[in-house]
Ligand binder design. Structure first.
Ligand code: SIN
Length: 531
């Protein structure tokens, strides 16, 4: 086993991991591990943009209000204020790192999305995530103190001891191409490994969104929260492929209208804000119309948007649809909902610290308290930058009290013998089906109960396979096995949170308890692991 020592380990290469790495690398050596090629992160597929108060007609108060309203009573107001007030600086930082946002008459062009009372979505046409990822990637690649290990997957976190206290001492990392394992010892670790929507059969996320950060943090004992709140995006292109192609909410912001099979614009029957209601409401309305129609999809009608506007603002959506022989300038777009974003995650304080010393989290992996029970559209890229930057400042302060990595006492040496070295695609597919059927947009107690039992069965199967593992497995199989284990474990965490919350709130809608219960459940659903 090859050991590597570093000051700071970063797991993940989306917007949170990259901004964090750039900040801390001014003062410390950084190793950044990413399990695929760097460009394959969830950030890369973000179409909408980054919500920030940058126009004179807008105010911090309004953005705070919109966020709290969408979050259905569970947002932490102090964190939301921090998020919103840091927005203009976060946008300025991204511009400084080279991100090119769309402009109109020299000013930042602003879009509007569901739940926002003002146009405040800073964007780069409909390819905002890719524009951000491109610029940050270049800055990271040019940085002399950041070493990037592509095709490396963190299999587990290392427990260490410092002055009698347990802490995170780095990670045990698989080099996927060679199949060898590395003990990567660090003075502090940032988990920015993205979300877990790939546990669902239909998702807008890439296949790598397997909840690795949450699963490995939970296994080492960090607290996890609000995992029941998976956000479903109402408009993914039908038929949904392995990664469903997203039709950005920004298109509804430009006037596109959801229609059912009778051609009715149905959203006003569900909410006065119509097509721009918060995402949980729109997803449930689409779900209900689909059920009533017994058809496989509904329609998004953008035909009335001026052709030039469509071409200039939404080239990516146009291209994606045209590749399926759908021309949104002429045809309504067939759409279905798909899992999109994990609002819960590894619980952190306002400086990105988890409950385990030495371990930080940011981006979709973290639960910072800003999203509550339903994330406001385009608040996630903002959250990633703001809280990654705060975490960077805090970690650098703490590093002064942590000895060199070689002086840390690492408590958890590991090897690969516990991982099944066999393809697990069948197990994975069954897991995705369980989650789609048992913890979807609309839930029932009995479905969740049955789902929990099925997930325990899948966990047992994984374990049985691991008992038959060959010592000569290869890196790709081990990585698949580790991902599958992580998927099963985050799915179990989600079902556990969901079964605890005996009410309906935000993204968690249970027909047995259709109302909010502020008496008993105006709380985060936290899972404190035993480590
Ligand atoms: C979208 O473009 O509709 C997605 C934006 C987001 O998830 O915040």
């Amino acid at each position: 086993m090859r050991p590597i020592d570093t000051d700071i380990l970063v797991v993940g290469s989306g917007i949170a991991g990259l901004t964090f790495a750039l900040r801390v690398a001014e003062y410390a050596d950084v190793v950044l591990v990413t399990k695929k090629d760097r460009l394959d992160s969830n950030t890369n597929y973000a179409q909408g943009g980054i919500a920030a108060v940058v126009s004179s007609g807008d105010s911090f108060g309004r953005h705070v209000e919109d966020t709290l309203h969408a979050g259905a009573g569970l947002c932490h107001i102090d964190r939301v204020r921090t998020l919103v007030r840091s927005g203009p600086q976060a946008v300025a930082d991204l511009i400084e790192w080279g991100v090119q946002f769309s402009r109109s008459e020299g000013r930042l062009a602003l879009g509007i999305e569901g739940g926002h009372s003002k146009a405040r979505i800073v964007h780069s046409q409909d390819r905002t995530g890719a524009a951000i990822e491109d610029a940050l990637d270049r800055a990271v690649a040019a940085h002399p103190r950041i070493r990037v290990l592509e095709n490396h997957m963190a299999l587990s976190l290392l427990a260490a001891r410092l002055e009698g206290r347990r802490r995170c001492g780095g990670a045990w990392v698989l080099d996927v191409k060679s199949g060898s394992a590395i003990q990567l010892i660090s003075r502090a670790t940032m988990l920015a490994a993205g979300g877990s929507s790939a546990v669902y059969q239909h998702t807008t996320n890439p296949a790598i969104a397997t909840g690795d950060g949450v699963a490995i943090a939970h296994r080492i004992g960090a607290t996890v929260a609000n995992m029941e709140f998976t956000q479903f995006h109402p408009t993914a292109l039908y038929p949904a492929e392995e990664r469903a192609f997203l039709i950005s909410e920004a298109l509804r912001g430009e006037g596109a209208i959801l229609r059912n099979w009778d051609g009715d614009a149905f959203m006003h029957a569900y909410d006065v804000r119509g097509d721009l209601a918060p995402r949980d409401i729109v997803a449930r309305a689409v779900h209900s119309e689909l059920r009533n129609s017994a058809k496989p999809h509904l329609w998004l009608d953008a035909r009335h948007i001026a052709r030039e506007r469509m071409e200039e603002r939404f080239p990516g959506i146009l291209e994606g649809c045209l590749s399926k022989d759908i021309d949104p300038r002429r045809d309504p777009i067939p759409i279905v909902p798909a899992a999109h974003y994990m609002c819960g995650g590894v619980w952190t304080d306002r400086d990105g610290r988890t409950t385990l010393p030495g371990l930080f989290a940011a981006g979709e992996t973290a639960c910072t308290g800003v999203h509550g029970a339903n994330r406001l559209a385009s608040n996630s890229l903002l959250e990633a930058v703001v809280f990654a930057e705060r975490a960077a400042a805090r970690m650098l302060q703490e590093l002064a009290f942590v000895p060199a990595p070689g002086d840390l006492e690492v408590l958890t040496p590991q090897d690969l013998s516990g991982f099944p070295a066999a393809p697990l695609s069948d197990l994975r597919n069954r897991l995705k089906q369980v989650m789609w059927d048992h913890l979807g947009i609309v839930r029932t107690r009995s479905e969740m109960h049955a789902g929990a039992e099925l997930l325990e069965g899948l966990r047992r199967e994984w374990w049985q396979l691991s008992q038959r593992s060959e010592p000569s497995g290869n890196g790709i199989h081990w990585a698949e096995a580790a991902e599958t284990l992580n998927m099963i474990d985050v799915a179990r965490l989600a079902v556990r949170c969901a079964r605890w919350r005996r009410e309906s709130r935000g993204l968690h809608f249970v027909t047995d308890f259709p109302h909010r219960d502020n008496e008993s459940f105006l709380h985060d659903s936290t899972i404190v692991a035993t480590g």
